[in-house]
Structures are given as structure tokens and as C-alpha cells.
Design a protein around this ligand. Structure first.
Ligand SMILES: *Cc1c(COP(=O)(O)O)cnc(C)c1O
Length: 234
């Protein structure tokens, strides 16, 4: 380990190997669900990792990356401005940071309340977003209660500067992930009565992406299965 270049190469080989394993897992899950894997976007969640990891991912053909903390995301977007990346913001958005997040993010996965919709409105450009649904009974988890979903969707639709892609969710602990994702799929069918274009589903992480694919996920948010363990947050 004395040669830093050698250590770097070893890291890159490990990353390439994990990425290839996840890509073949996605292909297998898509095939068994009778789906075309080209309909599935893999967002690699790079939170807590350095920008060098994102550069390595780009070298391995990754285009979509996800971050969940505003300051970290903003710094990374700035540092990597020269790269052809689509930035997904997957964390909770504070109302007072909303305008800043929309300035650098390409897609926001975590729209979960009316006040945030209002804070994200814009007359000058349009940003893609998902409404996040909370599948637990714990409001701190983020996401709108399914019972309040329809009015929130209507609010997004009547707000300028937002294009609704669909729904986002995290499978709760203690529930079979496939059942949780089936609930999201059904909610997605329901909101399409209000928003026929909102046909995408952001769901599935390192531990449960095959189940999410079975239930129609179009955007997977995968971290550790590709990046390896996250460094302790600084
Ligand atoms: C961190 C994170 C992920 C990725 O989680 P892994 O278990 O590492 O795949 C996905 N979605 C959100 C919202 C996250 O914060």
C-alpha cells in the first residue's frame, strides 16, 4: 500500500466490479419482470464520498448521481462543473434553501409539502421533480402522508417552474419491500388520474432494488452497493 497510485487503481477496480455487479443485477431483475432495462435510470448516490469517486464513476460510464445534503451537493456540483452529469437531489429540502437547491439540481426527488412547492416555484425555468411519499407512520421520515398526496400533487401541477415526474419513496424497515413498492405503484396509478404524464417511480436502494424493479421502478437510487461503505460524515 506504499504506492498511492496502486492503491488508487485497486479502488477503481473494486468500484468497477461493484458497478458491474449492480448493472447485471438490474438486467436480471428487469428481464424477470419482463421490462426493458433501458427504461430504468440508475442514480448512484454519492453522499459523503469525495468528488474523486464521482470522477471515477464518470470514467465508468455513470451519468446520474444523487446527493442528499445541500451544502455538500452544492460544493460537488461546483467542483465538477465540467463533467456531463445529471444531479439528483434525494434528501430533505429546507424551505429557505429551496431556491439554491433548484439552481444546481436537475431533478429533486423529495418534494413533500405545500410550502416547499411554493418555495420551489419559478417563472424563469422548469425543474423535474418527484413527490415523496412517506410509507411509515413517522412524520420525521420525510414524504407526504398518502392520504394527503392528491392535494399536494395538484399543488405541484398548478405551480409554475415544476414538472412532476412521479412519486418517490423509501421502503420502511419492517415491511416486505416488495409490498411497500406495490403500494407506491398503486399510488402512482392513482395520481396519473390527475397528472397523466407523471408516470415515473423513484424507488429501490442497495438492499431492495430488485423488488423495486418488479413493481415498476424507473429511477433506482443506489449508494453503497456501488460505492462501497460511506465514509463517516464530516
Ligand atoms: C443514501 C440514500 C440512498 C442510497 O442508499 P443505499 O442503501 O446506500 O443504497 C437512496 N435514497 C436516499 C434518499 C438516500 O438518502
Amino acid at each position: 500500500m506504499s504506492d498511492p497510485d496502486l492503491a488508487g487503481l485497486r479502488d477503481l477496480a473494486g468500484l468497477a466490479e461493484r458497478l458491474a455487479a449492480v448493472r447485471s443485477g438490474i438486467a436480471a431483475a428487469a428481464a424477470s419482470a419482463g421490462r426493458d432495462q433501458r427504461d430504468i435510470v440508475t442514480v448512484v448516490v454519492t453522499k459523503f464520498h469525495p468528488v474523486t469517486l464521482i470522477e471515477q464513476l464518470v470514467a465508468l460510464g455513470v451519468h446520474d448521481v444523487g446527493e442528499n445534503r445541500h451544502q455538500e451537493a452544492q460544493a460537488k456540483v461546483e467542483a465538477l462543473a465540467g463533467l456531463d452529469l445529471t444531479w439528483h437531489f434525494v434528501g430533505q429540502v429546507q424551505g429557505k434553501k429551496a431556491k439554491q437547491v433548484r439552481a444546481y439540481a436537475d431533478v429533486i426527488h423529495s418534494v413533500d409539502r405545500a410550502s416547499l412547492v411554493d418555495a420551489l416555484s419559478s417563472e424563469s425555468d422548469v425543474i423535474d421533480c418527484f413527490v415523496q411519499v412517506n410509507l411509515t407512520d413517522d412524520p420525521a421520515r420525510g414524504g407526504v402522508d398518502p392520504g394527503l398526496l392528491d392535494p399536494l400533487v395538484e399543488r405541484v401541477l398548478s405551480t409554475s417552474g415544476l414538472r412532476l415526474l412521479g412519486l418517490m419513496a423509501v421502503a420502511p424497515l419492517g415491511e416486505e419491500p416488495r409490498r411497500a413498492f406495490a403500494r407506491v405503484r398503486e399510488l402512482g396509478e392513482r395520481i396519473r388520474l390527475l397528472a397523466p404524464e407523471a408516470k415515473f417511480l423513484s424507488m429501490g436502494m442497495s438492499q431492495d432494488y430488485p423488488e423495486a424493479i418488479s413493481e415498476g421502478a424507473t429511477h433506482l437510487r443506489i449508494g453503497t452497493a456501488i460505492t462501497g461503505n460511506r465514509p463517516v460524515p464530516g
